[in-house]
Design a protein around this ligand. Structure first.
Ligand SMILES: *[C@@H]1O[C@H](CO)[C@@H](O)[C@H](O)[C@H]1NC(C)=O
Ligand SMILES: *[C@@H]1O[C@H](CO)[C@@H](O)[C@H](O)[C@H]1NC(C)=O
Ligand SMILES: *[C@@H]1O[C@H](CO)[C@@H](O)[C@H](O)[C@H]1NC(C)=O
Ligand SMILES: *[C@@H]1O[C@H](CO)[C@@H](O)[C@H](O)[C@H]1NC(C)=O
Ligand SMILES: *[C@@H]1O[C@H](CO)[C@@H](O)[C@H](O)[C@H]1NC(C)=O
Length: 340
């Protein structure tokens, strides 16, 4: 009994004091944790009134419909699709748009949350994010709906805007406006676009869809498109989406939706009223930056300059600088975003 008592006492006492110490540690830790999170646990109010949280949550919730009705002017919006590395290009383009007094109807479709927040912080209401974002894994899994959403974002966003009842001008942001393009959108056509072919055309060239080239389709640029909110323009966007879905995917083609745009235009040529903008006003970069003779001959007629036919971020900036079209260096204050 004594042995059993002597034997049991310590074994009983040891776990007991061990548990007490553990309990103490637990209680102590809980107190620290509770103390730390107290402001957020008590009521949800203090958490939601965190200015940064409220700001981000407000713009995360901002829908395309709200955005379009906020920026739309005279039933028209101007959109671009931008990810954070391209913010300087966005600003550069925006300075030129502002010089022609069309900045109020610009809507930046942000491809990532930083772009959404940075634009709306400086220019509230002018950026919207339509999920999925670029970084999401689902967006890169070929064959997935996320992937289709990613490649098809341009026609899908444009179609959505048309369905909200607005005309829409889409621009890539490696463009600069030298003149107001709106007076060049002559007549009442459904779809307006520019050619991406560098060969010089006569000044009185046809405004119809150009004939197919070597690849069996035309080379219209998906970089600058104006669409009226008509059934013809909506059909063009739906056909473009259909062509993107049917195209076999390759890594090289991943970010290029232009071929599908051209196949679509060819297939619906008879159903949709299309208008090819004049080459002297809307030249491809392959012509403007490569043929000085042509530039001299057509001086004064250029409206939008597109910095394409060149690869690489730094090279594009250098070329814009060489042609005095990199406006962000000296004129950032003219942009609604200011200096970024
Ligand atoms: C965002 O939308 C959700 C769901 O529609 C809503 O519960 C929430 O209050 C909204 N947040 C803000 C900041 O508007
Ligand atoms: C408004 O839109 C109509 C039709 O698209 C156009 O004819 C008119 O010039 C526009 N007005 C302004 C002030 O932009
Ligand atoms: C793809 O887009 C559709 C329509 O906008 C949307 O309902 C769906 O949730 C998106 N899917 C993914 C995986 O992003
Ligand atoms: C362009 O002008 C030339 C001569 O000035 C003429 O022969 C040609 O038919 C015109 N082309 C178009 C598409 O009007
Ligand atoms: C450059 O432009 C000139 C003038 O329009 C034209 O005659 C010439 O063929 C063009 N050169 C090339 C390489 O396209």
């Amino acid at each position: 009994m004594a042995v059993s008592h002597l034997h049991q006492r310590p074994t009983h006492k040891r776990p007991s004091s061990f548990l007490n110490r553990t309990n103490l540690t637990l209680v102590f830790s809980l107190l620290i944790i509770l103390g730390f999170f107290y402001p957020y646990l008590g009521i949800s109010q203090p958490f939601f009134s965190n200015p940064n949280f409220a700001f981000q949550s407000k713009w995360r919730n901002y829908s395309l419909q709200e955005a379009v009705s906020f920026v739309g002017r005279n039933g028209t919006v101007i959109v671009c699709i931008v990810s954070e590395p391209y913010l300087d290009f966005l600003n550069n383009w925006l300075i030129s748009v502002t010089r022609h007094k069309h900045q109020d109807k610009v809507l930046v479709i942000a491809e990532d949350y930083n772009t959404l927040y940075r634009v709306n912080q400086r220019w509230p209401g002018h950026a919207v994010l339509i999920p999925p974002v670029l970084e999401s894994n689902s967006a890169h899994k070929f064959g997935s709906l996320g992937f289709f959403n990613f490649t098809a974002r341009r026609p899908r966003h444009l179609l959505n805007i048309l369905e909200l009842g607005y005309n829409v001008m889409y621009n890539d942001v490696d463009m600069v406006w030298l003149k107001d393009p709106f007076p060049y959108l002559e007549g009442n056509h459904d779809v307006y676009f520019m050619d991406d072919v560098a060969a010089v055309k006569p000044l009185n060239h046809s405004h119809a869809l150009p004939p197919p080239g070597k690849k069996g389709r035309p080379y219209v640029c998906s970089c600058m498109i104006f669409l009226r909110s008509t059934s013809g323009a909506k059909l063009a966007m739906r056909k473009w989406l259909e062509e993107l879905q049917e195209q076999p995917w390759t890594r090289a083609k991943k970010a290029n939706d232009q071929p599908a745009f051209n196949w679509a235009l060819m297939k619906i040529e008879k159903k949709v009223d299309m208008y090819l903008l004049s080459q002297s006003a809307f030249p491809t970069g392959g012509l403007y930056f490569k043929n000085k003779t042509w530039v001299r001959e057509t001086e004064g007629s250029h409206v939008i300059i597109h910095n394409n036919y060149i690869l690489g971020f730094e090279k594009k900036i250098k070329r814009f600088r060489d042609y005095s079209l990199w406006l962000v260096d000296d004129y950032a204050s003219e942009s609604p975003l200011g200096k970024l």
